[in-house]
Structures are given as structure tokens and as C-alpha cells.
Unconditional design. Structure first.
Length: 166
């Protein structure tokens, strides 16, 4: 939503937004997403400024879509607790968006919160494996969507392939 413009943090804050999902599906110019190939080794210096600005504006930083390195960078930089509004636990299912036990403990140590995503592919390893076999895996699926749709966000809405809707 903010793209690469820190001013958007202030604008959204003025509009009453108090939670921002740092990265949806792809890397941007300031941070790595969990569902894209790493490009920045976590947060860039500009990304750290965005986290600090979110703190200044009283916004929660939602880390549900970020890479592990981005998570640890945000955890280190943020003066406020982080939230994982729709993540799950890697101990149950090894999904790239799920959090490891160490991440959950680090989040809790800084008074952060994890909310569980009950989508089957985040909590059921057998289902995730079958889905990955049918689609090629989430990272590969998003890469194909990005390749096909480019920067056209309206064309890149993600849904499950028909073959898995049963």
C-alpha cells in the first residue's frame, strides 16, 4: 500500500490506519518478502526508516509476509511490539510464511503477537505438500504470476488453481 514512499505512512496514519502489512507477495525496494527471492538481505536502510516512521505514527508493523531476515531486522529496529496478524507455526507446517519457534519466542520476548492463519496450507503439512506438488510451490507460483502479470496488481490477484478446489 505504501509502495516505496514513506510519506504514505503518514497519510495512512492521518486516515486512521494503525496496522500495516509490511509486504504482501513480492519484495519491494526496501524489504524482502517471504514469497519472493531475497534481494536485499532483509530490510534496507530505507526499510528501517519506514519501520521507525510507522513507530512514530503509532502504527503496528505486521510481519506476516516478510522474509526471516526482514523479520529479525524489523524486530531489532522497532521500538513497538510487532504483530504477525496471519502467520502460523513452522513446527506444524513448513510454509515460507510460517514462523519458526525461535521467531515466535523472539516476537514474544518483545511483547509481540502472532495470530494463527487457519488456511490448510499453513497448518497441515500433508495438504501443503499436495498443493505444492500440484502447483509447483508457493514461491514458484507467485514468481509465475509476477512473470505473467508484471506490475499489473489488478491482474495478479492470487487464487487457488481449479484442480485444488474440492
Amino acid at each position: 500500500m505504501i509502495g516505496n514512499d514513506i510519506r504514505m505512512v503518514r497519510i495512512f496514519s492521518d486516515l486512521g490506519v494503525r496496522l500495516h502489512d509490511a509486504l504482501p507477495l513480492y519484495n519491494d525496494e526496501w524489504a524482502d518478502s517471504s514469497t519472493d527471492q531475497p534481494a536485499h538481505n532483509g530490510l534496507t536502510d530505507y526499510g528501517k526508516e519506514i519501520v521507525r516512521e510507522m513507530n512514530r505514527q503509532g502504527m503496528l508493523v505486521d510481519i506476516s509476509h516478510v522474509s526471516d531476515k526482514t523479520f529479525y531486522d524489523a524486530l531489532e529496529i522497532s521500538k513497538a511490539p510487532l504483530i504477525a496478524s496471519h502467520s502460523s507455526c513452522r513446527a506444524l507446517c513448513d510454509h515460507v510464511r510460517d514462523m519458526s519457534d525461535d521467531m515466535i519466542k523472539a516476537l514474544a520476548a518483545k511483547c509481540g503477537v502472532i495470530q494463527i492463519n487457519y488456511e490448510k496450507s499453513f497448518i497441515d503439512q500433508g495438504y501443503k505438500d499436495a498443493y505444492a506438488k500440484a502447483t509447483g510451490g508457493v514461491v514458484e507460483l507467485f514468481a509465475q504470476i509476477k512473470k505473467t502479470c508484471g506490475d499489473d496488481e489488478s491482474a495478479s490477484a492470487v487464487s487457488k488453481p481449479r484442480s485444488s478446489r474440492n
